[in-house]
Design a protein around this ligand. Sequence first.
Ligand SMILES: [Zn+2]
Length: 283
Amino acid sequence: MQELKKLSERFYYLTPVEETDRPILGAVVGDNLTLLIDAGNSEAHVRLFLDELTRSGVPAPSLAVLTHWHWDHVFGASALNRTPVISTEATKTELQRLSSYSWEDEALDERVETGEEIRFCAEAIKKEFPAERSIRIHMPEITFNDELVLDLGGITCRLVHAGGNHASDHLIVHLAEEDILFAGDITAPNLYASSWHYTPDETKQLVKKLKPFASAWNVISHWKPLSKELFIEELELLEKTASLSARAGDEAELKNLLMDEYGKPLSEEESLAAQYFMNGKKL
Ligand SMILES: [Zn+2]
C-alpha cells in the first residue's frame, strides 16, 4: 500500500513498492513553485502521487526533475503535461537511447539475453504494464551539466550532478532549508553490467562528494529516508569496503579483512558490499 508522507514542512513523498520496482517520489513545495522529484515507473504511478498531493492541498507541480535515466524513475514523465522536466545533459543522452526501444515482451526478453536489460527490471515492467504498454519516453526540456539552483519561494533546491557506479548521470537534490537530501539510487551498485558491482575509485569519489550533503533526512529511492547517522554509516561502509578491497585477492579474503576491522560477523549488507566490490575487480 503506497502512502503519501509529509517528512517536513515543505517535503512530501510517496512510499515505494518492491514488486513493481516503484521508487519513492518526492515533492518540494515552495511559496511560488512546486518541484516533483522523479516521474515514476509509469503514468499510473505519477498520477497516483499527483492525486494524493492534490488531496493534501499541495499546488500542482510547476517543474519536475529526474534523478537518473533508469526506467522506474522516468516512464511516468509522459504524463506530466505542461510541466517542464529537468535532468542532467547525461540523462537526456541516455533517454534518447531508450526512446528507440520497444517495450513489448519479445523485445524485453531479447535485451535481457544480450545483457542490455536486467532480468528483474524486465519482469517488473511486465508486472507494472500487464496489458497495454504504450510507453513514451519524454525528453527533458531543461538540462544542465554540473549544478542548477532552483528558488521555489522560501526554499531553494540545489541539483548536483554527482554520478557514481549506479548511473554516471545521477544527480542529487539538496534542500538546505529543510535539511533534506534526495539521494535517489546513488549509493546502489552498477546493475547494468554482467555482474552487479562497485569500483573503489568511483566509490571513494562519490562518498567524498556526498558527505557534505548528508542531512537530517536522506531519501533512498527504493528504501526510505535515512537519518544522518545511518546515511553516514552507509557511506562509511562503502568507503571502508572500497579501501580494503584493494588488499584482498578474493571475496573470502575481503570478508575476513572486514570482520577483523569490525570485530564481528558481517551483516547481510556488509557481505553484499564485499561481493559487489570483488565483482568490480574481476571486470
Ligand atoms: Zn536506478
